[in-house]
Design a protein around this ligand. Structure first.
Ligand SMILES: Nc1ncnc2c1ncn2[C@@H]1O[C@H](COP(=O)(O)OP(=O)(O)OP(=O)(O)O)[C@@H](O)[C@H]1O
Ligand SMILES: [Mg+2]
Length: 373
């Protein structure tokens, strides 16, 4: 069979390093010698620049689904399109150079330095030495590894979290429009993990890649995802929606069991304190949270201090208003009523502020906010 290089098409796709559309249509994978398919009739349409989270139990087919996108595994049925082009018609080696991939076990090459690891794909793509050096340096800084300290070390001379950051840098090296990330932060402790998540979200806000991100951790999915796909056996999609919608209205018992207890508390983490009705009734001695804190942070502070409310302060430290239990609960009630309206939170904030100056009727605005303008 002649080698189909399609360099032109792949170059065109990778020109759009800011993220491209990714469509999977009726994709299945039957491993040889297995009774049941590992992935069955999987369809999903991912918009350019979206960060999609796959959440599901071990063995449900997440890695298999992901590896079919960059053709590390060939589908047995269905089609996958990248920026409208059928990936099955593209040369798989070339395709993979344009899809960043962070594998489940980090997978840095042990006998290559960190710099050499990161330079792998740019080298294959024939970049000049100078360009590669510059890129490696800037990526190391991006993932907060000082090039002077880390570029020439070997992977075993890095901590687990540092290795994962190097893995992310390597996947980003050739500025691919699509990133596949299979539990990229899995091997880190909770504190490092939270830092990596925050760093990655900040990075994604700048680079806007199309990303498929696998995790076992529902909280990570809520924190990171534009949309979450909750998967069961054979990669069956039980629900595919925004974190707020899934938390507010799980599609079935399976999804509910995945969310686990405390769905309301988890939803609070998605809403900023400034989206709630702030009361002018500031209590002396109450705890303080910054204006970019979430309602979960606010509730945390109330529980911690034992005070009836918490004070929201602007970046200069000037008090903006107070939040109590009732005002926090009101947001959840009202938010559920505006489900589906993308601008729900903003609408809610404005409506509620116009409603009552003080939070004394905090439960009431729910029905008002339920009819967005
Ligand atoms: N090469 C293979 N040959 C046969 N069966 C396989 C092969 N690779 C995976 N499987 C099976 O396919 C199913 C899906 O595997 P996959 O690796 O996609 O799961 P996963 O959702 O990524 O799991 P985990 O969360 O544990 O990484 C599993 O039942 C697995 O045993
Ligand atoms: Mg896996």
């Amino acid at each position: 069979m002649p080698d189909i290089t399609n360099t032109g098409i792949i170059d065109a796709i990778s020109q759009q390093s800011a993220g491209v559309r990714l469509e999977l249509e009726h994709v299945s994978k039957q491993y040889p010698g297995q009774n049941a398919p590992a992935v069955e009739d999987f369809s999903m349409d991912i918009r350019p620049g979206e960060l999609i989270m796959f959440v599901g139990p071990s063995g449900c087919g997440k890695t298999t689904t992901m590896k079919m996108i960059n053709r590390l595994i060939e589908p047995t049925a269905g089609s996958i399109r990248l920026d409208g082009k059928d990936v099955l018609s593209l040369n798989p080696n070339e395709l993979r150079r344009h899809i960043g991939y962070v594998i489940q076990q980090i997978g840095l090459f042990p006998h290559r330095t960190i710099a050499e690891n990161i330079a792998t794909v740019p080298k294959m793509l024939g970049w000049s030495k100078a360009r590669i050096t510059e890129r490696v340096d800037s990526l190391l800084r991006t993932v907060q590894l000082d090039p002077a300290l880390f570029a020439n070390r070997y992977p075993r001379q890095l901590s687990g979290g540092q290795q994962q950051r190097a893995g992310v840098a390597r996947a980003l090296a050739a500025d691919p429009p699509v990133m596949l990330m299979d539990e990229p932060f899995g091997a880190t402790d909770p504190i490092t993990r939270e830092r990596l998540q925050a760093e990655f979200l900040r990075l994604q806000a700048e680079i806007g890649k199309t990303i498929v991100f696998v995790t076992h951790d529902f909280e990570e999915a809520v924190r990171m995802g534009d949309r979450i796909a909750v998967l069961s056996e054979r990669s069956r999609i039980e629900q595919f929606d925004t974190p707020a919608n899934i938390l507010a209205a799980p599609a079935n018992d399976y999804v509910a069991s995945f969310i686990g207890r405390g769905a309301a508390i988890k939803r609070l983490a998605l809403v900023r304190v400034t989206d709630a009705t702030l009361s002018p009734n500031i209590l002396p001695g109450a705890g303080q949270v910054p204006s970019d804190a979430t309602l979960r942070d606010a509730l945390d502070m109330i529980v911690l201090t034992g005070a009836p409310s918490v004070t929201v302060v602007d970046p200069d430290g000037t008090p903006m208003g107070a939040l109590d239990h009732a005002a926090i609960s009101a947001v959840l009630g009202a938010e559920a009523a505006t489900l589906g309206a993308t601008a729900g939170q903003a609408t809610l904030g404005q409506t509620a502020v116009g409603q009552t100056a003080v939070g004394q009727t905090a439960g009431a605005p729910a029905s008002e906010a339920g009819s967005p303008a």
